[in-house]
Write a protein that binds this ligand. Structure first.
Ligand code: PMP
Length: 431
């Protein structure tokens, strides 16, 4: 049994102060068993909780930490910058440095605007798309998450092409009606939605690497079709690269698949573990953003110098494509140990993977759309998660979440972790 008296005590206290005891819902461990770990420190690929339990971490703060915890260059950049103060509400040279670095290595955008989270990036990108086109509806895919933007907290109704049904109290029905929801990996639904609604639709938004509802990898063919169809119908295409940006390659999924979207959003890795998001597009589209154009968007802490310095220190370590080749090779080897074991034992498990992202899908079939996931299969994950915590492996606390490998995960560490995961799978399927 994992001993965690300190985490338990802190969690009981936190529940007095915060809804569910947390600052973001999935942290509350509602989808798994036990008490959330209160993490005290991280270094490289490892984290330690308040009870001094040590874990190999595959959550990586939900994606930002592609260089592992406490990366020395990022830490030093933060310390150096913070010595001169934390925020001025003026332009600083730190924005120029990170902006230039990104634009030099990302041929898919010509200008960008920094914000403070992925949600803010997406919210602003939608406003930009609506402002540019003068149209109000948006099309999203079932199984893609884009932050807690009102008009995107919707799910599909029953039917191929439906107006959104809200998934959160507090989102007016009329907002949900501005969002059309279609399934992933379904050309017919996409064509139907565009044929019926292109005249009133500003944009289609997609996670080109859908990684928030399992890892629902799309074929390049489908993404190319999406690009061609949106262009044909005069509807903008937004790639939400909050996870995939700087993760599957420096310039994200756009570069990975070689597809030019109209607007891109970023978050997570771009801030090196500090709160940063961004959206970017061509000069022409970005000329619509305030103060150059009529689409208003602002932020007291946007382009915060300490966060910019952290982002620069992170992103500048990612300009060499070899970093991504190495990450992918390591992750493939790790996944292959587990997959081979599961196949030999005939367990219902397959592990989709792209770059350094993987997902433990408790199914024998390839899953490419949200409705193919059997909710009952999450019970396997729940059992596995508990066993893995006891053996010192930390996965994000939900079976719908993906895992992330960082440059700090060594091959030895990954082989060791894969061995433990195989042992724990044997436990799970023993019954
Ligand atoms: N878009 C995507 C694709 C995301 O994965 C997330 C967060 N998981 C967001 C947007 C929202 O980002 P944030 O949590 O920083 O607001």
């Amino acid at each position: 049994m994992l001993q965690q008296p300190n985490s338990s005590r802190l969690f009981a206290e936190a529940k007095e102060y915060f809804p569910g005891g947390v600052s973001s819902p999935v942290r509350a461990f509602k989808s798994v068993t036990g008490t959330p770990l209160f993490i005290r420190k991280g270094d490289g690929a490892r984290i330690w909780d308040e009870d001094d339990n040590e874990f190999i971490d595959f959550c990586g703060s939900w994606g930002p930490l592609i260089l592992g915890h406490n990366n020395p260059a990022i830490r030093q950049a933060i310390v150096d910058t913070v010595a001169n103060g934390t925020s001025f509400g003026t332009p600083t040279r730190y924005e120029n440095i990170l902006g230039k670095l990104i634009l030099t290595h990302n041929p898919f955008i010509e200008k960008l605007r920094f914000v403070s989270s992925g949600t803010e990036a997406v919210m602003s990108a939608l406003r930009l798309a609506r402002g540019v086109t003068g149209k109000s509806k948006i099309i999203k895919f079932e199984g893609c998450y884009h932050g807690h933007v009102d008009s995107l907290l919707v799910k599909a109704g029953s039917g191929l092409v439906t107006f959104g049904e809200t998934t959160s109290a507090g989102v007016p029905e009329s907002f949900a009606q501005e969002t059309i929801v279609i399934p992933l990996d379904n050309k017919a639904a996409l064509s139907e939605a565009l044929e019926k609604h292109a005249h009133e639709t500003a944009c289609v938004i997609i996670e080109p690497v859908p990684a928030n509802n399992g890892l629902l990898l799309q074929s390049k063919d489908f993404l190319e079709f999406l690009r061609a169809e949106t262009k044909k119908h005069g509807v903008l295409l937004i790639f939400d690269e909050v996870i995939s940006g700087f993760r599957v390659s420096f310039a994200g999924a756009a570069a990975y698949y070689g597809i030019q979207p109209d607007i891109m959003t970023y978050g997570k890795i771009i801030g090196g573990g500090m709160p940063v998001g961004a959206y970017g597009a061509s000069k022409e589209i970005m000329s619509n953003v305030s103060p150059d154009g009529p689409v208003y968007q602002a932020g007291t802490l946007s382009g915060n110098p300490v966060a910019m310095a952290a982002g620069t220190a992170a992103v500048s370590q990612l300009t060499d494509p070899q970093v991504y080749a190495d990450l992918e090779a390591k992750t493939k080897a790790f996944v292959s140990i587990i997959q081979t074991h599961a196949d030999n034992k005939n367990y219902p498990l397959n592990i989709p993977q792209i770059g350094s992202i993987f997902w433990l899908a408790f199914s024998r079939d390839k899953i490419t759309a949200a409705d193919q996931i059997d909710p009952a299969s999450m019970n396997y994950f729940k059992a596995l998660h508990k066993l893995l915590l006891e053996r010192g492996i930390y996965l994000g606390p939900s079976g719908y979440e993906v895992g992330f490998v960082s440059t700090a995960h060594t091959t030895d560490m990954l082989t060791y972790a894969a061995g433990i995961i195989c042992d724990c799978l044997d436990e799970v399927f023993k019954a």
